[in-house]
Design a binder for this molecule. Sequence first.
Ligand SMILES: [Zn+2]
Length: 97
Amino acid sequence: MKNALEGAVRSIHRELRTRQPEFCACAHCEDDVLALALNQVKPRYVSEHTSLGTVVTGVHLSYDQMRAELTVVVFDAMRRVARSPRHTTGGVAATTS
Ligand SMILES: [Zn+2]
């Protein structure tokens, strides 16, 4: 069931990124944003339903409401990743191996 959430988060992220080209589009940042957003989103949906299997299918929000909520979460994740990106493609890289 987590794949349904993941798919929604992924498509929303792609949409936002197209509209906001100032955000980094590299694979590192995409992974970080998706992970952050999913971490935010999962507990909220899980807490509504005790059974994991019904997390997404049993959600009482309409599809539009869910997308609106996810958009806020994904956008927040994008801003957080942008503030401290892990991609280090230039000379700014920290000396870690
Ligand atoms: Zn990046």
